[in-house]
Design a protein around this ligand. Structure first.
Ligand code: AMP
Ligand code: GLY
Length: 426
């Protein structure tokens, strides 16, 4: 069996790692992959955004399955294009990927479905947006409508900051066309949790929950990043919580999509804020999360190929998402300076020593092979991941592995999973 994985980050290395262990022993191709995926298959020099390049390769090589990691190719309609050529792909079609591709579309679905989310107003004229943020109650959240690589959300605690956010997003278009329309949302308070589900067009089956750490520094300080680490299960996960999330968030959302003749297949990721008044949807993503995937897939009991095929063939069953009882912790090591400017091309050492610890996996993100050596090539460099009996033992082990790895100016948070550990003790 031949599988094409689209993307080249930590999520895609984790997907390749899980797929490589599948009973069917697939042959893997990654476009473009990284220095980690090289060890599991063949890297192709095709960027994840190069739709024509991907399509030409797939038409020629006829993969049995294409697994798409990032949102851009999904929102560009790669699944639709592959399907039109009779090729099987895991991920939502373009119409369904609008749940992530347009926050305004997601809001219209949520409202019609009666799913709780932050109150908002949308604007496509900067003057009207500025007039609104001058009087609306603070704090406010300004969001670009379109895809902005996870950076299009600005939480503003002061009025001047909110006005500036409107101007940079709408007038200076710092997130490009994604910011031509914005949403101004009420700011919600609470703990965040990522709940991902496999969806086959009819049913949703929840994967293990996870908690991400978006800020760059310990104690949730510093700038927003793509994610500095994740752990699973999230401490609030109980059978009752899972049932509530399925009944009040996933099922009504999918029902409303179906009512609009949109079939969702693939992974649907709900970013939730657990407010005092109950969970609220902050956002939907139409794909696996990064770094949540690195903390979720090692906990998955069964193989991933049958689960992905069941999503395509409309026969998902609870076994497809069955999970192991162990906890999983992923600590992201970044290049110093990230999410601002950072160095590239520094040699990485200690990878084998780190992976030698029991049930410890080093997922590569921004790495590449250069002259036979693995060097840094992106902001998020590695996702050092451990599986273990308790959350605190597992976090300890993940950090032991992190300490075995070195590269110039490496940075990582020292408190990944700390909230969960505190709550478990609590
Ligand atoms: P998003 O890309 O929509 O998930 O937003 C990125 C991050 O911004 C979220 O993970 C939250 O931490 C924060 N955020 C988004 N919307 C809100 C909101 N309405 N209230 C408070 N924080 C928010
Ligand atoms: N971890 C957040 C995301 O994947 O969007």
């Amino acid at each position: 069996m031949k599988i094409l994985i689209v993307g080249g980050g930590g999520r895609e290395h984790a997907l390749a790692w899980k797929l490589a262990r599948d009973r069917q022993r697939p042959t893997l191709f990654c476009a473009p992959g990284n220095a980690g995926t090289v060890e599991l298959g063949t890297n192709l020099a095709i960027a994840a955004a190069d739709i024509d390049g991907l399509l030409n390769w797939a038409r020629r090589e006829k993969p049995d399955l294409t697994v798409i990691g990032p949102e851009d190719p999904l929102y560009a309609g790669l699944v639709d294009l592959l399907q039109a050529d009779g090729l099987r792909a895991f991920g939502p079609c373009r119409a369904a990927a609008q749940l992530e591709g347009s926050k305004l579309f997601a809001k219209s679905i949520l409202q019609a479905a009666g799913v709780p989310t932050a109150r908002y107003r949308s604007f496509s004229e900067p003057e009207a947006a500025i007039a609104y943020v001058r009087t609306a109650p603070l704090p406010l959240v300004i969001k670009a409508d379109g895809l902005a690589a996870g950076k299009g959300v600005l939480v503003c605690r002061e009025r001047q900051e909110a006005e500036k956010a409107v101007i940079t997003t709408m007038v200076h278009q710092s997130f490009g066309a994604a910011g031509r329309t914005i949403l101004v949302e009420e700011c919600l308070e609470g703990e965040e949790v990522s709940v991902l589900a496999l969806v086959d067009g009819c049913k949703a089956i929840l994967l293990p929950s996870a908690q991400d750490h978006k800020r760059a520094l310990d104690g949730d300080q510093g700038l927003n990043t793509g994610g500095m680490g994740a752990y699973s299960p999230a401490p609030m996960e109980t059978p009752a919580f899972r049932k509530m999330v399925l009944d009040t968030i996933f099922n009504p959302t999918l029902k409303e999509l179906r009512r609009r003749n949109i079939t969702y297949r693939g992974v649907l990721y709900a970013g939730l804020m657990l407010t005092a008044a109950g969970p609220r949807v902050l956002e939907f993503n139409c794909r696996f999360g990064d770094p949540e995937t690195q903390a979720i897939l090692p906990r998955l009991k069964g193989d991933l190929i049958p689960a992905m095929e069941a999503c395509i063939d409309v026969n998902l069953m609870p076994e497809h998402a069955a999970c192991r009882p162990e906890a999983c912790v992923c600590v992201v090591m970044t290049a110093g300076g990230y999410p601002g400017a950072y160095r590239k091309g520094d040699a990485i050492t200690g990878l084998k020593e780190a992976a030698a610890l029991s049930e410890t996996f080093v997922f590569h993100a921004g790495t590449k092979l250069e002259g036979g050596q693995i060097v840094t090539s992106g902001g998020r460099v590695l996702g050092v991941t451990a599986l273990g009996r308790t959350l605190s033992q597992t976090a300890e082990k993940a950090y032991q592995a992190v300490e075995r790895i070195t590269f110039q100016d490496a940075h990582y948070r020292r408190d990944i999973a700390a909230k969960g550990i505190k709550r478990n003790r609590g």
